[in-house]
Design a protein around this ligand. Structure first.
Ligand code: NDP
Length: 312
């Protein structure tokens, strides 16, 4: 496999740190942006130092200093951004417009992977307020990339397993109960769950692959396409016990959103589209897209059962 020079932005994040690990594991020359703004955040500084120890190069740069972004981008062939995009943590997707300008000006980047890693925003034109902001902002960034003629790959990673499997697909919960579960509606629409380390590895495999150039790469590991009911059944087999089940109707779910703050409402909207509407699986991947587990069958992905086993 061809080696690249890769810059990872947001490398200290939940997904970003895994991208750094996968990049180093595949032998790429790996640069990680170090933002002076992190100041005395000791955890982040220690994490960056540990990346350095493992062979990464730290590059100082800030979204408040455009020239520093241009200089950082000039060092590499590939830029991957994993800047935050979950409202309950932080949502900075539109900051990437500065990065797009920097990549355009630098002129040397062969591939840019923006911070996507979720539901394909191009399929969410009819998404609900307020959660549609995530998709709308990611589409604004896509348009800027395409208008600038920057070569890209968009990674549609579907559900991060930690959020969705950890909570048996219940919003607001990331540890599976051994007693009870609330099914969203009938619990039958299928979703797709991917281990976060696998997301990072598939992403890094794609960065210089001609088959993913200017395409969306969907992560659909076949064994991990399951309904909420099937996820619950997998957990029940592991714990050797049947959970007490109740169900929340679509109407009740939507009404409960009103009690949440803005960030909570954004999150619930996303669960609504995934778990009631089946938005991750209700379309075929067309000619514009490719599927990661078919492109890289050598990756032994973590199955839902293996992931859930961690909680025993
Ligand atoms: P995090 O919340 O962990 O943040 C990632 C990085 O964002 C941080 O390390 C930080 O970098 C950077 N950042 C935050 N604020 C700023 C700023 N003002 N300027 C520059 N950098 C900033 O992100 P996640 O890993 O949760 O999310 C990454 C992507 O994955 C997003 O696009 C998100 O939408 C998607 N996602 C998808 C999920 C799914 O289920 N499909 C679930 C969760 C996320 P620094 O270290 O420099 O401060």
């Amino acid at each position: 496999m061809e080696k690249s020079k890769v810059l990872i932005i947001g490398g200290t994040g939940y997904l970003g740190k895994r991208l750094v690990k996968a990049s180093l594991a595949l032998g790429h020359e790996t640069y990680v942006l170090h933002r002076p703004e992190i100041g005395v955040d000791i955890e982040k500084v220690q994490m960056l130092l540990s990346f350095k120890e493992q062979g990464a190069k730290l590059v100082s740069g800030s979204f408040n200093d455009y020239q520093s972004l241009v200089n950082a981008v000039k060092l590499v062939d590939v830029v991957i951004c994993a800047i935050s995009g979950v409202h309950i943590r932080s949502h900075q997707i539109l900051l990437q417009l500065k990065l797009v300008d920097a990549i355009k000006e630098a002129g040397n980047v062969k591939r840019f992977l923006p911070s996507e890693f979720g539901t394909d925003p191009a399929k969410m034109a009819n998404a609900m307020e307020p959660g549609r902001v995530t998709f709308d902002d990611k589409m604004v960034v896509r348009k800027a990339i395409e208008d600038a003629g920057i070569p890209f790959t968009y990674v549609s990673a579907n559900c991060f397993a930690g959020y969705f499997l950890g909570g048996l697909c219940q919003p607001g919960s990331i540890l599976p109960s051994k007693d009870s579960v609330v099914l969203l509606g009938d619990g039958n629409p299928k979703a797709i769950y991917v281990d976060e380390d696998d997301i990072a590895m598939y992403t890094m495999k794609a960065i210089n692959d001609p088959r993913t150039l200017n395409r969306t790469m969907y992560l659909r590991p076949p064994k991990n396409i399951l309904s909420q009911r099937e996820v619950v059944e997998t957990w029940e087999k592991l714990i050797g016990k049947t959970l007490q089940k109740s169900s929340i109707s679509k109407e009740e779910f939507l009404a409960s959103m009103k009690e949440q703050n803005y960030a909570g409402q954004v999150g619930l909207t996303h669960y609504y589209h995934v778990c009631y509407e089946g938005c991750l699986t209700n379309f075929e991947i067309g000619n514009e897209g490719v599927e990661a587990s078919q492109l890289y069958p050598e990756i032994k992905y973590t199955t839902v059962e293996e992931y859930l086993r961690r909680y025993l």
